[in-house]
Ligand binder design. Structure first.
Ligand code: EPZ
Length: 418
């Protein structure tokens, strides 16, 4: 098991460069198999989720080469065989293989692990989208067979603006006969990144980034070169670190608009920010004001930043109200923050953070990716030493997080224990 040890109360300064977006890359890699030629994707983060997806592609017969931040995928000899449970259950984003294999071969057989710590995570909207395109879905426990004689364009309304369902339906519809319209589509930056990738292969997708996406089916998709957008959740995480203990910490290689909702909240709190074209400079301010947040679909406040942001709210004077509207169980970091001296009361989808409180080091545990990030942020400002156990989750989602923090002055180290 891996754990992280942090000595708090250091000042962070210097420059951090943001990596490619995890939630975009985990869709682009499976989507590559839709091409009949070789695709090259740059700015791919070096995280275990990408390794797991590359493993699935290679299992299917594709050739995957990693060259620095680039990944070159040759799916010309790919075979559409069943993806066994032991490899598809490694990560949730394996579900994008459903849309890609269905879109390309009109047949896919794979296992899909439901739920995870932050919620039940159903995929009913994905399956409804596939059925709308003419596919038949057979589910036995967590094994899915999705097949169609022909995939025909359809009008699909998503009850929830689901990121996964929006992307998966795009992947299934891109080679279908006719036009598909997805209404109430998710608008996250990674949706635009995937649509642009498919269009560069020769697809005909318009409206990505709005709530209505139109996909005109094409006959085949070619090779292309593409680049992953900067990770706006990583950007937000380091911005919060700078607000907690930064001295003109520069977050470089960012798209500031992608974190607009966070920036406006940081300004409301009183965090000193300097916003450039592709960078943001952040410092720790004084007398932070409490603020309320409600997580919602993009461009609202991202649910993935709710947990890291709560660590900052412990340093704001007054009571801050956090409403988590996307996932049903995304407050598991709260008991650990309270163990470190925070004063947070959480019930159902609301948490009240009483600040400000002095945090002290302790032994805590990462229950999920962003909870782990929240605990690292709290440890950076805590008195003394903090040990965070089960950090495998965190290492899956943040490229070189230990090295990046060490590079700006944090006293942080990764330890391997049996
Ligand atoms: C993606 O998950 C991200 N994961 C999540 O990031 C992110 O929190 C989430 O989008 C919201 O932005 C990846 O991109 C790999 P959803 P996804 O479908 O696609 C419900 C992280 O920390 N829902 O938008 O699973 C669902 O239960 C991770 O990087 C249905 O009810 O999210 C949830 O309550 C965590 N039926 C809500 O919609 C469905 O068929 C939003 O889920 C699909 C979703």
């Amino acid at each position: 098991m891996k754990r992280i040890r942090v000595i708090g109360k250091q000042t962070l300064s210097g420059t951090i460069t943001i990596s490619g977006s995890k939630n975009s890359a985990v869709a682009l890699v499976p989507a590559s198999l839709l091409s009949d030629e070789i695709v090259e994707i740059d700015n791919v983060p070096n995280i275990s989720d990408i390794e797991a997806l590359s493993e699935i592609l290679e299992y299917l017969g594709a050739k995957v080469n990693r060259d620095g931040t680039k990944i070159i995928i040759d799916s010309r000899n790919i075979k559409n065989i069943k993806i066994p449970e032991e490899i598809s259950k490694k990560l949730r984003a394996s579900y994008y293989f459903m849309g890609a294999l269905l879109g390309k071969y009109k047949y896919v057989e794979m296992y899909f692990p439901g739920g995870c710590s932050i919620g039940e995570r159903p995929i009913g909207l994905h399956l409804k989208g596939f059925e709308a395109l003419g596919a038949k879905v057979i589910q036995e426990d967590n094994k899915y067979i999705v097949k169609a004689d022909e995939l025909k364009g359809a009008n699909i309304y998503l009850d929830i603006a689901s990121v996964g369902a929006t992307i998966n339906i795009m992947l299934a519809a891109v080679l279908a006969t006719g036009t598909t319209i997805i209404r109430n589509a998710a608008k996250e930056p990674h949706i635009v990144n995937v649509a642009t990738f498919l269009n560069q292969m020769g697809a005909s997708i318009t409206g990505a980034g709005t709530s209505e996406i139109k996909i005109c089916g094409v006959k085949k998709l070619n090779g292309c070169f593409h680049e992953v957008v900067p990770d706006y959740i990583e950007t937000g995480t380091y911005l919060i670190a700078g607000a907690l203990c930064g001295n003109r910490l520069k977050i470089d290689g960012v798209i500031p608009e992608h974190v607009d909702s966070l920036i406006s909240k940081l300004k409301e709190i009183g965090v000193p920010l300097e916003i450039g074209k592709d960078y943001i400079i952040v410092s720790k301010g004084e007398n932070y004001k409490s603020v309320d947040i409600q997580t919602s679909v993009y461009p609202g406040f991202p649910t993935d930043l709710q947990q890291p942001f709560m660590s900052l709210l412990t340093q704001c004077n007054g009571i801050s109200k956090v409403e988590e509207n996307i996932f049903e169980n995304r407050f598991m970091h709260v008991p650990y923050l309270n163990h470190m001296g925070a004063s947070i009361a959480a019930l159902d989808k609301v948490a009240l953070v009483h600040g400000r409180t002095e945090l002290r080091g302790g032994h805590v545990e990462a229950t999920d990716l962003r909870a782990g990030a929240s605990l690292i942020l709290a440890a950076l400002i805590a008195e003394g030493e903090t040990v965070i156990n089960k950090v495998e989750y965190v290492l899956r989602g943040y490229e070189d997080i230990i090295e990046k923090f060490q590079g700006i002055g944090a006293k942080i180290a990764l330890e391997e224990i049996e």
